[in-house]
Design a protein. Structure first.
Lengths: 90, 825
């Protein structure tokens, strides 16, 4: 019985809480923005709709925010884009 | 100014030492501040670093653009560039806190006031300064980002160049013609001449002027060799039992023997080689280039010796019982010769190649050498495959069972390709194939032998025969089944280890980069994302490990509590069981929680699962959860406990075990009833032992009409009093229950001290009562019926005897609804 309980618990946990440590970036503005993400020397533009949250670069990256500011991230931060600039949320 | 001077002089007048110390303090603070400022300006430091890195990148780019960039250079760059890239990122990351600080400062100041509104000069100034710092930071970070992109491109370019050069080299045809042979012969003569000059001069110097030192070095090296050799021999015979007298050694012993015979002598030889080289270097016996020639030769000797030892260990040509592969003596002999020959040819090729590089050997010679080597290896390989595929003359199967036709065909194809490519002039290609076949083949064969070892270990009873198995079994007193499981586990672990070691080695051999492998390993260990979900195998493994550890710890605590604490208390077994189970559940729960968090899973998301599960509980799991909770209630409220005699749903038995979902009750017929806990909570359960062990027992007895009833009562009471298992309070009581059809009915009602004695007391009492009745002549009657016959038939029949019949179960003695409650049925 314990075995079943554990199996059910583990399956459930694995199934739903897989998202562990990736950088999340959220657009808190009311209009869509685009940030530029450079991971391992590969530059990609990441469009974010209003209120959208995306999970990116678990192993760290440079991000350029809409206002032109650039910041470097380890890869486990939660970043919020507001008013064109990005802030790390604790 | 004047005032302040006066103030200072006043101070100085008052307490000069205080003034001096303050001056010192001020200076110190200023000094420390300026120091920390210099050290604390990470921006300029990062900028300097970026400048250096840019120069390094320029240099790499130049190096790449060269036409004659060598393979070694490319391999170095391939390792170097990603390293630079990693370092760049780490250096830039150190800069992150400073930028956050600036951002926070800007945020604290708030947005710029709208037009028309003013703010204090100070704030405006600070905002301006922070904004400047921010843009400077952005600029530097941008530089870093651009550089990271550049490094990435460089890395790709390096790999690209490497690949291009490799294909170019492989695909360049240099037709092997007779002229080429002639030219090569000429060149070979010249090269040999050069080599002889080099070595002869050196050897001449050695023998004529440094012979003493050389002799010492050689003697020392020789003594090292002999010493290790002797030690190794002694160890070989003891460790691997290599007397090889056993007729049918276990596979594991065979494998160990092969490994030891290969490793230990090779080790002795390698030590001796290293000793020679180091001693020569130490004594100053080398001269320019001679050291490289000697080094190359020593490497070849040690390598060839190792391969030969390994082949002879694996094939054991003279000891069929110790052979690792299932082939005949003749095949083993032939294969080992072929293998050694291949190793020797490779060794010679390696040595000549090294010397050739040293003497900058001409291309033609290299081509011819590669051609000859490839052809020789090809022929030897063909012979090898033929040996393993053919049937022996003496009828014993030489064919190795492991060969599947596909593999054999593949090997043939490669051999043919190799030879054809060489003949057509694609010597590099042929050489490449030869190298792959031999090296990858050896790795594959080694892995295969490892797999065989794993299989033989996991075979039934194989592990118990080994030394480790014996040790484990005697140390931990393991049963056969446990040993079998351990053997399976060990086999599995060996397989995994072989794959983990062998596959990367083969991939490296095929030109994959160590860095690629490392990054794959990183991905495999640290996790990868699929969609938004991140899966981390190492995390999961750690989680599982933590869970197992948690369970083991729980067991230990349980056992400790059981042995040290519970035995000293006066709790009954039921309470002890409850406590034990409670500790177990708590431990399991904590272990599961810890495992989940160690697996890197977010505990806050558990709420989500709880929500999802509650729906599941509502539908499917309702029953199980109901039973689980009922089990907890059983443990806490304890309406029944282990060892109780209970009646559930018309069946009686002893409670054997209370589990999470169900309770095991063993009936007196030794049938185990598995009763869901919810049933025990929701329905009526009779428990004979809830409060105490006593029970009431009724012994029914009938005596004939006309008996002395007082005497009957006395006899019954005396019989009860004579039995110590019957309680004296409440005292036994005789109940005159009925004037029955053929008897006066009595009931002896007694309280038993222990319910377990029910059957034996009942039986003993009957024996006693019957004996006493017999003594005083009280009769226990049969049911009697008088039969009257109304009319006689015309012809008289033989007279019937009046018959006494007995209705079953009506009279006589009868007791107890709990039968068999006695321990000894």
């Amino acid at each position: 019985m314990i075995r079943y309980a554990v199996m059910i618990a583990i399956t459930g946990v694995l199934g739903s809480t897989g998202v562990a440590t990736a950088l999340t970036i959220k657009n808190a503005d009311s209009n869509p923005v685009t940030v530029s993400v450079t991971q391992n020397g590969v530059r990609t533009d990441l469009p974010l709709a209003a209120g959208e949250t995306q999970s990116v670069c678990p192993s760290g990256c440079f991000i350029r925010f809409p206002n032109g500011d650039m910041q470097i991230f380890k890869g486990d931060e939660n970043v919020v884009v507001q008013g064109g600039s990005g802030r790390i949320q604790q | 100014m004047k005032n302040s001077l006066a103030f200072i002089s006043g101070l100085a007048r008052q307490r000069p030492w205080l003034w001096v110390s303050r001056c010192f303090l001020a200076f110190f603070v200023w000094f420390a501040a300026s120091l920390s400022l210099a050290a604390n300006n990470p921006l300029s430091e990062l900028e300097r670093y970026l400048g250096d890195l840019n120069k390094a990148a320029d240099k790499i780019e130049r190096e790449l653009s060269l036409r004659d960039v060598t393979d070694t250079q490319l391999s170095r760059l391939r390792l170097e560039v990603p390293k630079l890239s990693d370092e760049l990122f780490l250096r830039a990351l150190q800069f992150q806190p400073r930028v956050i600080e600036i951002d926070e400062g800007l945020e604290r100041l708030g947005p710029k006031p709208a037009d028309g509104k003013t703010e204090s000069e100070e704030i405006a100034q600070e905002r301006k300064s922070l904004a400047e710092q921010r843009s400077a930071a952005t600029l530097t970070l941008k530089d870093a980002e651009i550089l990271s992109v550049r490094l990435r491109q460089l890395s790709a370019a390096v790999i690209d160049t490497q690949r291009r050069k490799f294909t170019e080299e492989l695909m360049t045809a240099r037709p092997v013609t007779w002229e080429l042979f002639d030219k090569a012969r000429e060149q070979a003569r010249e090269e040999f001449q050069a080599f002889r000059d080099l070595m002869a001069g050196w050897l001449d110097t050695l023998t004529r002027f440094k012979s003493g030192r050389m002799a010492i070095a050689l003697v020392l090296a020789l003594s090292i060799f002999v010493g290790t050799r002797v030690m190794v021999r002694r160890n070989i015979t003891t460790i691997a039992r290599l007397k090889r007298t056993e007729d049918n050694p276990a596979y594991l012993s065979r494998l160990l023997a092969a490994l030891w015979t290969a490793l230990l002598p090779s080790l002795a030889l390698a030590l001796a080689c290293i000793a020679i080289y180091q001693l020569f270097a130490l004594f100053g016996l080398f001269r320019f280039r001679a050291d490289q020639v000697v080094k190359s030769a020593l490497i070849v000797i040690a390598g060839v010796a190792f391969v030969s030892y390994l082949i002879r260990g694996v094939l054991a040509p003279r000891y069929p019982a110790w052979r690792l592969l299932n082939i005949s003596d003749a095949a083993a002999r032939r294969l080992s010769w072929l293998g050694v020959a291949m190793a020797v040819i490779y060794g010679i090729d390696y040595f000549i190649n090294d010397v050739g590089t040293l003497l900058s050997s001409p291309v033609d010679l290299t081509v011819i050498r590669s051609f000859v080597t490839t052809l020789l290896i090809g022929v030897l390989l063909m012979a090898t495959v033929l040996t393993t595929l053919r049937t022996d003359t003496d009828g014993s199967a030489l064919r190795y069972r492991g060969w599947s036709p596909t593999i054999a065909l593949g090997i043939w194809l490669i051999i043919v390709l190799m030879i054809v490519a060489s003949v057509l002039g694609y010597v590099s290609l042929g050489r490449f194939f030869a190298r792959q076949v031999v090296i990858t083949g050896s790795i594959a064969v080694t892995m295969y032998i490892g797999f065989l070892a794993a299989r033989s270990i996991s075979q039934r009873d194989a592990f118990r025969g080994t030394r480790l198995g014996n040790f484990l079994q005697s140390r931990f007193e393991l049963g056969d089944l446990a040993m079998d499981q351990i053997a399976l586990l060990i086999g599995l672990l060996i397989n995994i280890a072989i794959l983990l070691i062998g596959v990367p080695v083969i991939l490296l051999q095929w030109g994959f980069n160590a860095l690629d492998l490392q990054s794959w390993l990183n991905t495999a260990v640290n996790g990868f994302s699929i969609g938004g979900i991140r899966i981390s195998p190492s995390g999961i493994l750690i989680g599982v490990g933590v869970f197992v550890l948690g369970i083991v710890a729980t067991r230990i605590v349980q056992r400790w509590f059981d042995l040290k604490v519970l035995t000293r208390t006066r709790f009954d077994t039921g309470v002890k069981d409850s406590i034990r189970a409670g500790i177990g559940y708590t431990g399991y729960f904590i272990a599961a929680l810890m495992a989940v968090s160690y697996a890197g899973l977010n505990l806050s998301n558990l709420a989500l699962i709880a929500g999802a599960l509650s729906v599941g509980i509502g539908f499917g799991l309702q029953n199980i959860v109901n039973n689980f909770v009922s089990g907890l209630i059983l443990l806490i409220e304890r309406p029944i406990k282990t060892g109780d005699i209970v009646t559930v749903g018309g069946q009686g038995g002893t409670v054997h075990k209370i589990n999470v979902r169900s309770t095991e009750v063993e009936t007196f017929d030794r049938e185990t009833l598995i009763i869901p806990n919810a049933d025990l909570i929701n329905s009526t359960v009779g428990n004979w032992m809830h409060k105490d062990q006593t029970r009431r027992m009724i012994l029914k007895i009938g005596v004939a009409y006309g008996s002395d009833v007082e005497k009957v009562r006395q006899i019954l009471l005396d019989a009860a009093a004579a039995d110590s298992r019957i309680a004296t309070t409440p005292e036994p009581f005789v109940y005159f229950s009925d004037f029955g059809a053929s008897s006066l009915d009595f009931q002896l009602r007694v309280i038993l001290r222990d319910i377990m004695d029910t059957l034996s007391v009942e039986s003993d009492m009957r024996f006693r009562v019957v004996a006493e009745f017999d003594k005083v002549g009280i009769e226990i009657p049969f049911p009697q019926q008088d039969v009257r016959i109304k009319e006689l038939p015309v012809q008289p029949e033989p007279e019937k005897k009046p018959r006494r019949t007995r209705r079953k179960g009506d009279e006589g003695t009868k007791t107890s609804d709990v039968d068999g409650a006695d321990g000894h049925i």
